[in-house]
Design a protein around this ligand. Structure first.
Ligand code: ASP
Length: 439
Protein backbone atom coordinates (compact mmCIF):
# COMPACT_ATOMS: atom_id res chain seq x y z
CA UNK A 1 0.00 0.00 0.00
CA UNK A 2 1.37 3.45 -0.70
CA UNK A 3 2.00 5.73 2.21
CA UNK A 4 1.08 9.36 2.71
CA UNK A 5 2.73 11.63 5.24
CA UNK A 6 0.45 14.36 6.58
CA UNK A 7 1.91 17.40 8.25
CA UNK A 8 -0.55 19.56 10.17
CA UNK A 9 0.34 23.19 10.86
CA UNK A 10 -0.28 25.22 14.01
CA UNK A 11 -3.78 26.40 13.13
CA UNK A 12 -4.81 22.76 12.54
CA UNK A 13 -3.68 22.02 16.12
CA UNK A 14 -5.06 25.18 17.73
CA UNK A 15 -7.99 23.67 19.66
CA UNK A 16 -9.94 20.48 20.26
CA UNK A 17 -12.50 21.23 17.55
CA UNK A 18 -10.04 21.44 14.72
CA UNK A 19 -8.09 18.47 16.10
CA UNK A 20 -11.30 16.46 15.73
CA UNK A 21 -11.31 17.40 12.04
CA UNK A 22 -7.69 16.30 11.82
CA UNK A 23 -8.68 12.89 13.15
CA UNK A 24 -11.42 12.48 10.59
CA UNK A 25 -9.06 13.57 7.79
CA UNK A 26 -6.42 11.05 8.86
CA UNK A 27 -8.93 8.25 9.34
CA UNK A 28 -10.68 8.87 6.03
CA UNK A 29 -7.69 7.52 4.08
CA UNK A 30 -5.84 4.38 5.23
CA UNK A 31 -2.75 5.56 3.33
CA UNK A 32 -2.37 8.46 5.79
CA UNK A 33 -0.09 6.57 8.11
CA UNK A 34 2.41 9.14 9.34
CA UNK A 35 1.42 12.41 10.96
CA UNK A 36 3.81 15.28 11.66
CA UNK A 37 2.57 18.10 13.86
CA UNK A 38 3.35 21.72 14.64
CA UNK A 39 2.67 23.26 18.02
CA UNK A 40 -0.83 24.69 18.54
CA UNK A 41 -1.10 28.06 16.82
CA UNK A 42 -3.48 30.98 17.19
CA UNK A 43 -7.19 30.27 17.76
CA UNK A 44 -8.25 33.82 16.93
CA UNK A 45 -6.52 37.03 15.94
CA UNK A 46 -4.65 38.42 18.92
CA UNK A 47 -4.19 34.93 20.41
CA UNK A 48 -0.67 33.63 21.09
CA UNK A 49 1.00 30.66 19.41
CA UNK A 50 2.37 28.06 21.82
CA UNK A 51 5.85 28.55 20.31
CA UNK A 52 5.69 32.26 21.12
CA UNK A 53 4.55 31.48 24.68
CA UNK A 54 7.58 29.21 24.97
CA UNK A 55 9.93 31.93 23.77
CA UNK A 56 8.42 34.09 26.53
CA UNK A 57 9.17 31.26 28.99
CA UNK A 58 12.80 31.33 27.97
CA UNK A 59 12.94 35.11 28.48
CA UNK A 60 11.48 34.76 31.96
CA UNK A 61 13.93 31.96 32.72
CA UNK A 62 16.92 34.08 31.70
CA UNK A 63 15.64 36.98 33.79
CA UNK A 64 14.58 35.23 36.95
CA UNK A 65 15.95 31.68 36.89
CA UNK A 66 12.47 30.18 36.60
CA UNK A 67 9.68 30.25 34.03
CA UNK A 68 6.85 28.93 36.12
CA UNK A 69 4.67 32.00 35.47
CA UNK A 70 4.91 32.01 31.69
CA UNK A 71 4.67 28.24 31.51
CA UNK A 72 1.22 28.30 33.12
CA UNK A 73 -0.25 29.63 29.85
CA UNK A 74 1.34 26.70 27.96
CA UNK A 75 0.05 24.28 30.59
CA UNK A 76 -3.52 25.49 30.39
CA UNK A 77 -3.63 25.37 26.56
CA UNK A 78 -2.55 21.73 26.56
CA UNK A 79 -4.66 20.60 29.51
CA UNK A 80 -7.73 22.27 27.95
CA UNK A 81 -7.13 20.48 24.65
CA UNK A 82 -6.58 17.11 26.36
CA UNK A 83 -9.70 17.54 28.55
CA UNK A 84 -11.88 18.55 25.59
CA UNK A 85 -10.65 15.58 23.58
CA UNK A 86 -11.45 13.31 26.55
CA UNK A 87 -7.89 11.95 26.69
CA UNK A 88 -6.97 9.56 29.40
CA UNK A 89 -3.35 10.61 30.00
CA UNK A 90 -1.67 12.25 32.95
CA UNK A 91 -0.65 15.32 31.01
CA UNK A 92 0.16 17.27 34.18
CA UNK A 93 2.96 14.84 35.01
CA UNK A 94 4.38 15.29 31.48
CA UNK A 95 4.07 19.06 31.79
CA UNK A 96 5.84 19.04 35.17
CA UNK A 97 8.71 17.01 33.72
CA UNK A 98 8.85 19.34 30.69
CA UNK A 99 9.02 22.44 32.89
CA UNK A 100 11.72 20.86 35.02
CA UNK A 101 13.82 20.03 31.93
CA UNK A 102 13.30 23.51 30.42
CA UNK A 103 14.60 25.05 33.66
CA UNK A 104 17.53 22.63 33.77
CA UNK A 105 18.63 22.92 30.13
CA UNK A 106 18.18 26.71 29.91
CA UNK A 107 18.30 26.49 26.12
CA UNK A 108 16.08 28.69 23.99
CA UNK A 109 15.82 26.11 21.21
CA UNK A 110 15.01 23.30 23.63
CA UNK A 111 12.28 25.43 25.23
CA UNK A 112 10.80 26.37 21.84
CA UNK A 113 10.74 22.73 20.76
CA UNK A 114 8.43 21.65 23.58
CA UNK A 115 5.30 22.89 21.81
CA UNK A 116 5.71 20.29 19.07
CA UNK A 117 6.81 17.64 21.59
CA UNK A 118 3.74 18.06 23.79
CA UNK A 119 1.43 18.36 20.82
CA UNK A 120 2.89 15.19 19.31
CA UNK A 121 2.19 13.28 22.52
CA UNK A 122 -1.41 14.52 22.68
CA UNK A 123 -2.12 13.78 19.01
CA UNK A 124 -0.53 10.30 19.17
CA UNK A 125 -2.76 9.48 22.11
CA UNK A 126 -5.85 10.89 20.40
CA UNK A 127 -5.22 9.11 17.09
CA UNK A 128 -4.13 5.90 18.82
CA UNK A 129 -0.80 5.92 16.98
CA UNK A 130 2.73 5.33 18.31
CA UNK A 131 4.72 8.48 19.18
CA UNK A 132 8.24 8.89 17.80
CA UNK A 133 10.26 11.60 19.52
CA UNK A 134 12.05 13.76 16.93
CA UNK A 135 14.94 13.85 19.39
CA UNK A 136 15.64 10.22 18.44
CA UNK A 137 15.36 10.52 14.67
CA UNK A 138 16.06 14.02 13.33
CA UNK A 139 19.72 15.02 13.34
CA UNK A 140 21.47 18.33 12.85
CA UNK A 141 25.08 19.00 11.96
CA UNK A 142 27.06 21.24 14.27
CA UNK A 143 26.54 24.22 11.97
CA UNK A 144 22.76 23.90 12.44
CA UNK A 145 22.01 22.35 9.05
CA UNK A 146 20.04 19.13 8.75
CA UNK A 147 22.03 15.91 8.66
CA UNK A 148 19.69 14.53 6.05
CA UNK A 149 21.06 11.05 5.39
CA UNK A 150 21.39 10.16 9.07
CA UNK A 151 17.85 11.45 9.71
CA UNK A 152 16.35 9.48 6.80
CA UNK A 153 17.93 6.28 8.10
CA UNK A 154 16.76 6.85 11.68
CA UNK A 155 13.22 7.86 10.70
CA UNK A 156 12.90 4.88 8.35
CA UNK A 157 14.02 2.49 11.08
CA UNK A 158 11.70 4.01 13.70
CA UNK A 159 8.74 4.03 11.30
CA UNK A 160 8.91 0.30 10.58
CA UNK A 161 5.74 -0.27 12.60
CA UNK A 162 3.90 1.44 9.80
CA UNK A 163 2.10 4.25 11.64
CA UNK A 164 3.31 7.05 13.86
CA UNK A 165 3.01 10.65 15.01
CA UNK A 166 6.26 12.64 14.86
CA UNK A 167 6.58 16.16 16.28
CA UNK A 168 7.97 18.70 13.81
CA UNK A 169 10.44 21.56 14.20
CA UNK A 170 13.23 19.92 16.23
CA UNK A 171 15.89 17.26 16.44
CA UNK A 172 19.31 16.90 18.08
CA UNK A 173 22.80 18.03 17.16
CA UNK A 174 26.01 16.02 17.33
CA UNK A 175 26.32 16.75 21.05
CA UNK A 176 22.85 15.43 21.76
CA UNK A 177 21.44 18.95 22.33
CA UNK A 178 17.96 19.67 21.06
CA UNK A 179 17.91 22.17 18.20
CA UNK A 180 15.15 23.61 16.09
CA UNK A 181 14.79 24.55 12.46
CA UNK A 182 13.98 28.18 11.72
CA UNK A 183 10.39 29.33 12.37
CA UNK A 184 7.82 27.33 10.42
CA UNK A 185 10.31 24.47 10.24
CA UNK A 186 7.84 21.65 10.92
CA UNK A 187 7.31 21.71 7.16
CA UNK A 188 10.92 20.51 6.84
CA UNK A 189 10.38 17.74 9.41
CA UNK A 190 7.35 16.57 7.41
CA UNK A 191 9.41 16.47 4.24
CA UNK A 192 12.16 14.49 5.98
CA UNK A 193 9.64 11.91 7.20
CA UNK A 194 8.06 11.72 3.72
CA UNK A 195 11.44 11.08 2.15
CA UNK A 196 12.47 8.56 4.81
CA UNK A 197 9.35 6.40 4.45
CA UNK A 198 9.36 6.85 0.67
CA UNK A 199 5.87 8.33 0.70
CA UNK A 200 3.80 8.54 -2.45
CA UNK A 201 2.61 11.97 -1.32
CA UNK A 202 3.57 14.59 1.27
CA UNK A 203 0.36 16.30 2.37
CA UNK A 204 0.83 19.63 4.04
CA UNK A 205 -2.38 20.61 5.86
CA UNK A 206 -2.74 24.27 6.68
CA UNK A 207 -5.39 27.00 6.89
CA UNK A 208 -5.47 28.05 3.23
CA UNK A 209 -6.49 26.07 0.17
CA UNK A 210 -3.06 26.18 -1.43
CA UNK A 211 -1.23 28.82 -3.39
CA UNK A 212 -2.97 31.69 -5.08
CA UNK A 213 -1.66 33.36 -8.21
CA UNK A 214 -0.79 36.43 -6.14
CA UNK A 215 -1.21 37.99 -2.72
CA UNK A 216 -4.96 38.25 -1.87
CA UNK A 217 -4.24 41.45 0.07
CA UNK A 218 -3.37 43.06 -3.26
CA UNK A 219 -5.84 41.45 -5.69
CA UNK A 220 -9.35 40.37 -4.65
CA UNK A 221 -9.77 36.57 -4.85
CA UNK A 222 -6.84 35.77 -7.11
CA UNK A 223 -6.96 32.55 -9.13
CA UNK A 224 -5.94 29.43 -7.19
CA UNK A 225 -2.91 27.53 -8.45
CA UNK A 226 -3.83 23.85 -8.72
CA UNK A 227 -0.43 22.60 -9.84
CA UNK A 228 3.02 23.99 -9.51
CA UNK A 229 6.47 22.60 -10.25
CA UNK A 230 9.17 22.50 -7.57
CA UNK A 231 11.12 25.09 -9.52
CA UNK A 232 8.16 27.47 -9.70
CA UNK A 233 7.50 26.95 -6.01
CA UNK A 234 11.10 27.77 -5.20
CA UNK A 235 10.93 31.03 -7.16
CA UNK A 236 7.56 32.05 -5.71
CA UNK A 237 8.31 31.18 -2.10
CA UNK A 238 11.72 32.77 -2.24
CA UNK A 239 9.97 35.94 -3.36
CA UNK A 240 7.52 35.99 -0.51
CA UNK A 241 4.67 33.58 -1.28
CA UNK A 242 4.95 31.83 2.06
CA UNK A 243 2.54 28.94 2.37
CA UNK A 244 5.38 26.47 2.82
CA UNK A 245 8.83 26.80 4.42
CA UNK A 246 11.25 27.38 1.53
CA UNK A 247 13.65 24.64 2.69
CA UNK A 248 10.98 21.98 2.93
CA UNK A 249 11.08 21.07 -0.73
CA UNK A 250 14.66 19.75 -0.82
CA UNK A 251 14.16 16.35 0.88
CA UNK A 252 11.11 15.45 -1.21
CA UNK A 253 12.22 16.95 -4.49
CA UNK A 254 15.23 14.66 -4.71
CA UNK A 255 12.97 11.63 -4.38
CA UNK A 256 10.32 13.00 -6.77
CA UNK A 257 7.65 12.95 -4.05
CA UNK A 258 4.85 15.42 -4.80
CA UNK A 259 3.64 17.82 -2.10
CA UNK A 260 -0.02 18.66 -1.75
CA UNK A 261 -1.13 21.75 0.15
CA UNK A 262 -4.56 21.16 1.69
CA UNK A 263 -6.87 23.17 3.94
CA UNK A 264 -7.85 21.45 7.22
CA UNK A 265 -10.79 23.85 7.50
CA UNK A 266 -12.02 23.03 3.96
CA UNK A 267 -10.72 19.52 3.30
CA UNK A 268 -12.74 19.13 0.10
CA UNK A 269 -10.99 22.03 -1.64
CA UNK A 270 -8.60 20.83 -4.33
CA UNK A 271 -5.51 22.55 -2.90
CA UNK A 272 -2.23 22.92 -4.71
CA UNK A 273 -0.10 19.99 -5.83
CA UNK A 274 3.60 20.59 -6.25
CA UNK A 275 5.14 18.14 -8.65
CA UNK A 276 8.62 17.40 -9.96
CA UNK A 277 9.39 19.61 -12.92
CA UNK A 278 9.59 16.54 -15.17
CA UNK A 279 6.01 15.57 -14.32
CA UNK A 280 4.67 19.05 -14.69
CA UNK A 281 1.65 19.27 -16.95
CA UNK A 282 1.34 22.70 -18.53
CA UNK A 283 -1.75 24.40 -17.16
CA UNK A 284 -2.29 26.32 -20.37
CA UNK A 285 -1.42 29.50 -18.52
CA UNK A 286 1.70 31.43 -19.47
CA UNK A 287 2.21 32.74 -15.97
CA UNK A 288 1.71 30.53 -12.92
CA UNK A 289 2.04 33.13 -10.20
CA UNK A 290 3.33 36.55 -9.19
CA UNK A 291 5.13 37.28 -5.93
CA UNK A 292 7.32 40.01 -4.56
CA UNK A 293 9.22 41.61 -1.74
CA UNK A 294 9.70 45.22 -0.75
CA UNK A 295 12.67 47.14 0.59
CA UNK A 296 15.80 46.45 -1.36
CA UNK A 297 18.79 48.66 -1.97
CA UNK A 298 20.38 48.64 -5.41
CA UNK A 299 24.01 49.55 -5.99
CA UNK A 300 24.37 50.38 -9.68
CA UNK A 301 27.89 50.34 -11.13
CA UNK A 302 28.89 51.44 -14.62
CA UNK A 303 32.34 51.27 -16.20
CA UNK A 304 33.40 51.27 -19.85
CA UNK A 305 34.88 47.94 -20.95
CA UNK A 306 33.78 46.30 -17.68
CA UNK A 307 33.19 43.10 -19.64
CA UNK A 308 36.85 42.74 -20.59
CA UNK A 309 38.29 43.63 -17.17
CA UNK A 310 39.28 40.31 -15.65
CA UNK A 311 38.22 39.90 -12.03
CA UNK A 312 35.87 42.93 -11.97
CA UNK A 313 32.82 41.07 -10.67
CA UNK A 314 34.88 39.04 -8.20
CA UNK A 315 36.45 42.19 -6.71
CA UNK A 316 33.05 43.82 -6.25
CA UNK A 317 31.50 40.71 -4.72
CA UNK A 318 34.38 40.13 -2.35
CA UNK A 319 33.88 43.64 -0.95
CA UNK A 320 30.27 42.77 -0.18
CA UNK A 321 31.29 39.42 1.25
CA UNK A 322 33.81 41.12 3.53
CA UNK A 323 30.86 42.94 5.13
CA UNK A 324 29.02 39.63 5.57
CA UNK A 325 26.19 40.87 3.38
CA UNK A 326 24.34 38.56 1.00
CA UNK A 327 23.34 39.71 -2.48
CA UNK A 328 19.93 38.62 -3.81
CA UNK A 329 20.33 39.31 -7.53
CA UNK A 330 23.07 40.62 -9.78
CA UNK A 331 21.61 41.84 -13.07
CA UNK A 332 24.41 42.75 -15.47
CA UNK A 333 24.83 44.50 -18.80
CA UNK A 334 27.99 44.78 -20.94
CA UNK A 335 29.32 47.75 -19.00
CA UNK A 336 26.98 47.71 -16.02
CA UNK A 337 26.18 45.64 -13.03
CA UNK A 338 23.75 46.07 -10.16
CA UNK A 339 23.83 44.52 -6.73
CA UNK A 340 20.43 43.96 -5.16
CA UNK A 341 20.61 43.73 -1.41
CA UNK A 342 17.75 43.29 1.04
CA UNK A 343 17.57 46.27 3.43
CA UNK A 344 17.67 43.97 6.47
CA UNK A 345 21.22 42.99 5.44
CA UNK A 346 22.57 46.52 5.32
CA UNK A 347 23.44 49.23 7.79
CA UNK A 348 24.49 52.78 6.84
CA UNK A 349 27.99 51.88 7.90
CA UNK A 350 28.24 48.70 5.86
CA UNK A 351 26.79 50.42 2.79
CA UNK A 352 29.29 53.27 3.18
CA UNK A 353 32.21 50.84 3.42
CA UNK A 354 31.02 48.83 0.40
CA UNK A 355 30.69 52.00 -1.72
CA UNK A 356 34.12 53.29 -0.67
CA UNK A 357 35.64 49.88 -1.38
CA UNK A 358 34.11 49.71 -4.87
CA UNK A 359 35.34 53.22 -5.69
CA UNK A 360 38.91 52.34 -4.63
CA UNK A 361 39.14 48.81 -6.00
CA UNK A 362 37.47 49.04 -9.42
CA UNK A 363 37.26 52.79 -10.08
CA UNK A 364 33.81 52.81 -11.72
CA UNK A 365 32.71 55.61 -14.07
CA UNK A 366 29.38 55.83 -12.26
CA UNK A 367 28.20 54.39 -8.98
CA UNK A 368 24.66 55.09 -7.80
CA UNK A 369 22.49 53.86 -4.95
CA UNK A 370 18.74 53.40 -5.26
CA UNK A 371 16.81 52.77 -2.07
CA UNK A 372 13.25 51.60 -1.35
CA UNK A 373 13.10 49.25 -4.31
CA UNK A 374 10.53 46.44 -4.49
CA UNK A 375 11.15 43.31 -6.53
CA UNK A 376 8.32 41.55 -8.31
CA UNK A 377 8.77 38.10 -9.81
CA UNK A 378 6.51 36.83 -12.56
CA UNK A 379 6.93 33.07 -12.64
CA UNK A 380 5.83 30.28 -14.95
CA UNK A 381 7.16 27.49 -17.14
CA UNK A 382 4.78 28.67 -19.83
CA UNK A 383 6.81 31.84 -20.34
CA UNK A 384 9.72 30.15 -22.11
CA UNK A 385 7.58 28.65 -24.83
CA UNK A 386 5.42 31.66 -25.63
CA UNK A 387 6.50 34.62 -27.69
CA UNK A 388 5.79 38.11 -26.40
CA UNK A 389 5.59 37.46 -22.65
CA UNK A 390 8.07 40.22 -21.82
CA UNK A 391 6.27 42.60 -24.13
CA UNK A 392 2.97 41.94 -22.35
CA UNK A 393 4.59 42.25 -18.93
CA UNK A 394 6.27 45.57 -19.69
CA UNK A 395 3.18 46.92 -21.44
CA UNK A 396 1.11 46.12 -18.35
CA UNK A 397 3.57 47.97 -16.14
CA UNK A 398 3.78 50.90 -18.55
CA UNK A 399 -0.01 51.19 -18.70
CA UNK A 400 -0.02 51.57 -14.93
CA UNK A 401 2.46 54.44 -15.45
CA UNK A 402 5.08 52.74 -13.33
CA UNK A 403 8.73 53.21 -14.11
CA UNK A 404 10.84 50.05 -14.06
CA UNK A 405 14.12 50.56 -12.21
CA UNK A 406 15.71 47.27 -13.20
CA UNK A 407 15.05 43.97 -14.90
CA UNK A 408 16.50 40.55 -14.15
CA UNK A 409 15.46 37.64 -16.27
CA UNK A 410 16.72 34.35 -14.87
CA UNK A 411 18.51 32.19 -17.43
CA UNK A 412 15.94 29.43 -16.80
CA UNK A 413 13.34 31.68 -18.51
CA UNK A 414 11.05 30.72 -15.66
CA UNK A 415 11.16 33.99 -13.86
CA UNK A 416 11.27 37.67 -14.80
CA UNK A 417 12.06 39.99 -11.92
CA UNK A 418 11.39 43.70 -12.16
CA UNK A 419 12.39 46.33 -9.63
CA UNK A 420 10.04 49.26 -9.02
CA UNK A 421 9.70 51.83 -6.27
CA UNK A 422 8.27 50.44 -3.03
CA UNK A 423 5.28 52.76 -3.40
CA UNK A 424 4.39 51.22 -6.80
CA UNK A 425 4.53 47.64 -5.51
CA UNK A 426 0.82 46.83 -5.13
CA UNK A 427 -0.26 48.66 -8.31
CA UNK A 428 2.44 46.87 -10.29
CA UNK A 429 1.38 43.40 -9.12
CA UNK A 430 -2.26 44.24 -9.84
CA UNK A 431 -1.45 45.36 -13.32
CA UNK A 432 0.64 42.26 -14.15
CA UNK A 433 -2.09 40.05 -12.68
CA UNK A 434 -4.78 41.70 -14.80
CA UNK A 435 -2.70 41.26 -17.94
CA UNK A 436 -2.13 37.52 -17.47
CA UNK A 437 -5.15 36.44 -15.44
CA UNK A 438 -7.76 39.14 -16.01
CA UNK A 439 -10.91 38.79 -18.07
N1 ASP B 1 5.94 26.03 15.93
C1 ASP B 1 7.03 26.51 15.14
C2 ASP B 1 6.75 27.95 14.74
O1 ASP B 1 5.79 28.54 15.21
C3 ASP B 1 7.33 25.65 13.96
C4 ASP B 1 6.20 25.36 13.02
O2 ASP B 1 5.05 25.62 13.33
O3 ASP B 1 6.47 24.87 11.92
O4 ASP B 1 7.51 28.51 14.00
Amino acid sequence: MSVKVCKFGGTSMADANIIRSVKSIVESDPERRFVVVSAPGKRFSGDKKITDLLFACHKELVKSGSCRKSFSAVRSRFTDIAAQLGLNIDLNAVLDATLERIEREKSEQFTASRGEYLCGLVIAEYLGMPFIDAEDVIFFNDNGTLNAEKSYRAVAAACREGRAVVPGFYGVDENGKVRTFSRGGSDISGAVVARAVNASLYENWTDVSGFLACDPHIVDSPAPIEALSYKELRELSYMGANVLHAESIFPVRKANIPIQIKNTFRPDDVGTTIVPTSRYMPSGRIVTGIAGKKSFTVIYIEKSLMNSEIGFVRKVLSLVEAENVSVEHIPTGIDTMSLLIEDGELTELKLGRILEGIKCEVEPDIIRVMENIALIATVGHGMSSSVGTCARLFKAIAEAEISIKLIDMGSSELNIVVGVKNEDYGRCIKSIYNEFFGG
